[in-house]
Design a protein around this ligand. Structure first.
Ligand SMILES: [Zn+2]
Ligand SMILES: [Zn+2]
Length: 348
């Protein structure tokens, strides 16, 4: 089968690989779609601590497809079932796993990071992933082009659960990439009265109108703080989400939030850049709640599938380009250009 291997930082190579042999509760999923995420781009550029030097890895943790074969101990899953893969596999024993937060397990394994992921024709599902519940069946009427959006949407669902957006809220989403778009859609669906989208790229920003944003702020052209205060009658936003990796915006977000506002540092910062100086008096005197969310649990993923299947989200244009796996390098170049929304590998 064809595969796209990560060899070392800055090095991807299209290759061939034999089909895996199965034991116990292992399975193989024929990949139908897999998508490039910011995490894949970061690994491609810098490597990852879970990928030892000299070892190759198939990246890609956003994966949907159909079960191609199952080993003798698998009973629930059958050949031909359409499924999505939840990327982070918890150990099943720690407190976080017991609480259902596999995304916070300190001993996690993950498709596309510690084990091979979806940038190949068939992905091997080790039995611990099957037993941990990381394989979810897809509803019959949810197409692969929609289902492939479940993983990034599930991470935004985790954020939404932590923030608890409600009708009457003004939500500010900083960053107008695919993740920003999902935050806009979900907060709109949750009943936010006004959704403000901010970015420095006008072309990306304008797309947010179609995803449910009411107000756009191009922060390369206007002062973000002044614009937010202007659009909120001087109050600031009830909810601020930083869907970008800029340290200065985390500090600034305290000035963009309303009294009793909630802020989620959704986007992680590059290593060595996360010691951000901020005015904690703003936190104190405005009684702000500042949180972080990372990844998603199996439950968030299930909710994301349900939300996609409800057809309540305006997903038009969320997949900007599709590539064959043989053109993997070109696909990464396009994804890294930051021009579009999702870049997807299509195996049909
Ligand atoms: Zn992702
Ligand atoms: Zn665990």
């Amino acid at each position: 089968m064809k595969t796209l291997n990560f060899m070392a930082a800055g090095q991807l190579m299209v290759g061939e690989k034999p089909m895996p042999s199965l034991n116990g509760s292992d399975m193989v999923v024929k990949v139908r779609r897999s998508a490039i995420c910011g995490t894949d781009i970061r690994i491609y550029k810098n490597g990852h601590f879970k990928i030892p030097c000299g070892e190759k890895r198939v990246l890609g943790h956003e994966i949907v497809g159909e079960i191609a074969c199952v080993a003798e101990d698998v009973s629930y899953f059958k050949r031909g079932m359409r499924v999505a893969l939840v990327p982070n596999i918890g150990c099943g024993h720690c407190e976080m796993c017991l609480e259902g937060h596999n995304e916070l397990c300190p001993d996690y394994e993950a498709f596309g990071i510690s084990i091979d992921g979806g940038f190949e024709e068939y992905v091997y599902i080790p039995d611990f992933a099957v037993k941990a519940g990381n394989i979810l069946a897809l509803p019959d009427d949810l197409g692969y082009d929609e289902a492939i959006l479940a993983e990034p949407l599930s991470c935004c669902h985790n954020s939404y659960q932590a923030l608890g957006t409600k009708p009457g809220d003004t939500v500010l989403v900083i960053g107008a990439g695919p993740i920003g778009a999902f935050h806009v859609m979900l907060n709109r669906l949750a009943g936010a009265t006004t959704v403000i989208s901010a970015d420095i790229l006008q072309t990306r920003l304008e797309k947010m109108l179609g995803y449910g944003a009411d107000i756009l702020i191009n922060s390369a052209e206007e002062d973000l703080e002044q614009a937010v205060l202007h659009h909120t009658n001087g109050r600031g936003a009830d909810i601020v989400i930083t869907a970008c990796s800029a340290p200065a915006l985390q500090a600034q977000s305290l000035r963009l939030a309303a009294r009793h506002g909630k802020i989620n540092f959704f986007g992680g910062l590059p290593e060595g850049k996360s010691n951000v100086l901020m005015d904690t008096n703003l936190m104190h005197y405005k009684e702000l709640k500042i949180l972080g969310t990372t990844g998603s649990s199996i439950f968030d993923y299930k909710k994301a599938i349900d939300i996609l299947a409800s057809r309540r989200l305006p997903l038009e244009g969320m997949i900007s380009r599709k590539y064959r796996i043989e053109d993997g390098l070109e696909a990464f170049q396009y994804a890294m250009s930051g021009q579009g929304m999702k870049t997807v590998f299509d195996f049909d």
